[in-house]
Design a protein around this ligand. Structure first.
Ligand code: UDP
Length: 413
């Protein structure tokens, strides 16, 4: 039941491109989908009435359905009923917002939680004059993306300006890590209007495998998991392999295994593996169904999470929940989640030739006792801080704060 003192709320989650029902691993389907799906489930479990609004991106989707956990999902008709890259969705946000407004005039939510900047834009347009508080979670910031991707960034040019405006006009910003608060402050969002609640993981689903210990003669196995896009840094792992003889690398993510041959990032990684002479030790698995990941993570010696930048990064939490230590780049949310030397090791993203990464991996693989200790500490850290029950409760408290905060026009609920 709700512990926020507000009683059960009617909560609308808006997630324009990331459906809680989507298959994961493709270029635009990852952590946000998982976050919205699990947050919705756990808010419902706390007694709140939850509706998720996401774009209808396939023909024949039910306009409205209820999941097994009692969450309502509404497929918003905005743009063609087909999957579009998220960077092409801005022009459909007026229709998305107009639909939300029609729904919310009929059935008023107590609070709206918008996910990603375009959802924030549609939600703020929809609540104009209705005095419904909007809580914004960015999941990723255009300023950070632009800094790292430069001219390769395909975001609409107005993204930065719109993101800053959302930060000024929403009732509260819900950030997921300390690094994001700094980025928001640099965008002009007052720290007093930002609350930090991390993303979560389900420690019953992501759990150690148990069973027989691995044979000491089995090849050592590194695992990377994530959307198969360059910024996830799987290249770093491939380039470090020549310094790690006998060690194998598997990567979960991307399209279905049958479509990997034509995937540009898969082709690029295979080319690099060939160049550095490690092709036979790299396996690209393609998209792995989410329910199969706990076993894969628990069976790996180490999970590598090596992005150039990372707004939060659920994968390290999932690995830690499976008692598998993580070697992660010291960026973004990973600075909060991976405790250096305790639940894994942090390595600098600037590491030409992968020497520091290889040293970090080797130091753990060569010390099974330490590997086990770090794994156990990761599991303990997850149980202590990142269970979804705790996270959903933290989010509901932010909703309560938003409801108690005067709007820019002076009204509270
Ligand atoms: N994922 C999955 N199958 C795959 C690849 C990824 O289920 O083949 C999931 C992964 O377990 C995690 C999410 O996709 O829950 C990725 O989230 P993360 O926050 O790490 O990265 P993002 O996609 O948000 O950049």
């Amino acid at each position: 039941m709700s512990t926020t003192g507000t009683g059960p709320l009617r909560v609308s989650l808006v997630s324009e491109h990331a459906s809680p029902l989507a298959e994961l691993g493709g270029p635009d389907a990852g952590g946000q989908n998982v976050y919205v799906a699990r947050l919705a489930d756990h808010l419902a479990r706390l007694g709140h009435t939850v509706t998720v609004y996401t774009r209808g991106d396939a023909p024949g989707l039910a306009p409205r359905l209820e999941t097994a956990t009692g969450v309502h999902v509404v497929h918003v008709p905005a743009g063609p009923a087909t999957r579009l890259p998220k960077d092409e969705l801005l022009r459909h946000m007026p229709a998305f917002g107009a639909f939300l407004r029609r729904c919310w005039v009929r059935e008023r939510p107590d609070v709206v939680h918008a996910h990603f900047w375009m959802s924030g834009r549609a939600a703020l347009a929809a609540v104009r004059g209705l005095e419904i508080p909007v809580v914004q979670t960015y999941h990723a910031l255009g300023t950070v993306k632009r800094r790292h991707q430069g001219s390769a960034d395909t975001s609409p040019p107005r993204r930065l300006e719109i993101e800053a405006a959302i930060g000024q006009s929403c009732r509260r910003v819900l950030a997921t890590c300390a690094d994001e608060v700094e980025e928001l402050a640099a965008m002009g969002v007052d720290r007093d209007r930002v609350s930090v609640v991390p993303c979560g993981v389900d420690p019953r689903h992501f759990a150690p495998a148990g069973g027989l210990p691995r044979s000491p003669d089995a090849p050592r196995r590194l695992l990377g998991v994530g959307r198969l896009v360059p910024r996830k840094g799987f290249e770093r792992a491939v380039r470090a392999l020549p310094l790690l003889p006998g060690v194998e690398l598997a990567v979960a993510g991307g399209p279905d295994a049958s479509a990997l041959a034509t995937d540009p990032e898969a082709q690029r990684l295979r080319r690099i593996a060939e160049e550095v002479g490690v092709s036979e030790r790299v396996t690209l698995l393609g998209a792995v169904p989410h329910h199969r990941l706990p076993r894969l993570m628990a069976d790996a010696d180490l999970v590598l999470s090596l992005p150039d930048y990372e707004p939060f990064g659920i994968v390290p939490l999932e690995a830690m929940a499976c008692a598998t230590p993580v070697v992660a780049t010291a960026v973004g949310g990973q600075l909060d989640t991976v405790e250096d030397g305790v639940t894994g090791l942090l390595v600098p993203p600037e590491d030409p030739g992968g020497r520091l990464l290889a040293e970090a991996v080797r130091s753990l693989l060569d010390d099974p006792g330490r590997l086990a200790r770090l794994g156990a500490a990761g599991r303990a850290r997850v149980l202590d801080r990142y269970g979804w029950d705790r996270v959903a409760d933290g989010v509901a408290r932010v909703y309560a704060t938003a409801l108690a905060t005067p709007s820019l026009s002076g009204a509270t609920r």
